[in-house]
Design a binder for this molecule. Structure first.
Ligand SMILES: Nc1ncnc2c1ncn2[C@@H]1O[C@H](COP(=O)(O)OP(=O)(O)OP(=O)(O)O)[C@@H](O)[C@H]1O
Length: 263
C-alpha cells in the first residue's frame, strides 16, 4: 500500500447550464472516513466529480498530493484516487472477476499481465464485498445490489489511497449496508493501510458513523466536523428543513430519526 493521499479544494466553483452549482468550496480530506451529505441537488455528485478531476472548474483548484488534479496524467491519477460513480456503469459482457480486475489497470497498463499481487488484491476485494459466490457470472445478469458490491470491489482492488464513493449504499439491503459501514470503518482505521474515504451518503444513520461529516447546501459547505459536533448537527437539521431529528442513543452516540416518527 502506498503513502496516504491528501486532497485539498480551494475556492472551488462549478457553473452548469448557466447556474453556479458549486460556490467557493474549501475542504481538506485526509486519512479516515468523511461523509458528504446534503439535500437533493445540493451539488454533492458535482463536488465528488470535481475532486476526482472529472468535472472542469469555473474557478478555484483541487490539489491531490499538492498537484492540480485536473492536470495529472490519468494513469497517475488512477493510482492515487479511485471513484465509484453514482449510477455505476455496467461493462458489457464482463464477468464479476473481470470487472474487479479492471481495478488493477492503473498498476498494469492495458497490456500488462497480472502478477500475484494483482490476484491477491482482486481476491481480497471480492472477499471484503462478499462477491465470491458469483465470481464467474456476468455483471449484467446480477441484481442491482449485487452489481453495486462488484463495482465497490473494483474500487477496492485499485488499492488507491483515496476513495471517492458516490452513494455506495445504493441498492444494498440492510445486511449489506451494515457490511459496507463496517468496511468503511475498517478502511478508516487503516487496517489495510492508510486510506482516505469520502462518500456521498443519503443514508444519514450510516453517515453519522463516519469520522467526519461535510454538510453541503446549494453548492456551499454549511458545516464540517465530527457527527457529535453541535454546529454540524444543527446544520443537518436545518438543511433538511427540520424533517430529521438528532438525538443521543443509549451510549450517547448521535442517532437520527424522521420527525414523522414523532407525529
Ligand atoms: N449538466 C448540467 N446542466 C445543468 N445543471 C446541472 C447539470 N448537472 C447537474 N446539474 C444541476 O446541478 C445541481 C447539483 O447536481 P448534483 O447531481 O451535483 O446534486 P446532488 O447533491 O448530487 O443531488 P442528489 O442528492 O439528487 O443526487 C442540480 O440542481 C442539478 O440539476
Amino acid at each position: 500500500m502506498s503513502r496516504p493521499a491528501s486532497l485539498r479544494a480551494g475556492d472551488v466553483g462549478v457553473r452548469l447550464g448557466g447556474r453556479l452549482v458549486l460556490d467557493g468550496v474549501n475542504l481538506e480530506i485526509g486519512a479516515g472516513w468523511t461523509a458528504l451529505v446534503g439535500p437533493n441537488g445540493a451539488g454533492k455528485s458535482t463536488l465528488l466529480r470535481a475532486l476526482a478531476g472529472l468535472q472542469p472548474l469555473s474557478r478555484g483548484a483541487v490539489l491531490l498530493d499538492g498537484e492540480d488534479v485536473h492536470r495529472i496524467r490519468p494513469a497517475r491519477r488512477a493510482a492515487r484516487l479511485a471513484w465509484l460513480a453514482q449510477q455505476g456503469e455496467v461493462t458489457g459482457e464482463l464477468s464479476v472477476r473481470e470487472t474487479v480486475e479492471l481495478g488493477r489497470i492503473a498498476h498494469l497498463g492495458l497490456m500488462g499481465t497480472p502478477g500475484p499481487a494483482d490476484r491477491e488484491a482482486v481476491d481480497r476485494a471480492i472477499a471484503l464485498t462478499e462477491c465470491g459466490a458469483w465470481e464467474r457470472r456476468r455483471l449484467h445478469d446480477l441484481s442491482g445490489g449485487e452489481r453495486q458490491r462488484v463495482l465497490l470491489a473494483r474500487v477496492l482492488a485499485t488499492e488507491a489511497p483515496l476513495l471517492l464513493l458516490d452513494e455506495p449504499t445504493t441498492h444494498l439491503d440492510a445486511p449489506h449496508q451494515v457490511m459496507l459501514t463496517r468496511l468503511l470503518r475498517r478502511i478508516a482505521r487503516g487496517e489495510d493501510g492508510p486510506r482516505a474515504v469520502l462518500s456521498v451518503l443519503h443514508d444519514l444513520p450510516i453517515a453519522l458513523r463516519a469520522d467526519r461529516l461535510l454538510v453541503l447546501e446549494r453548492g456551499r459547505l454549511r458545516a464540517g466536523g465530527a457527527p457529535t459536533d453541535a454546529a454540524v448537527q444543527a446544520a443537518l437539521v436545518d438543511v433538511f428543513d427540520g424533517a430529521i431529528r438528532i438525538e443521543a442513543d443509549a451510549r450517547g452516540a448521535p442517532r437520527v430519526g424522521l420527525t414523522l416518527d414523532a407525529e
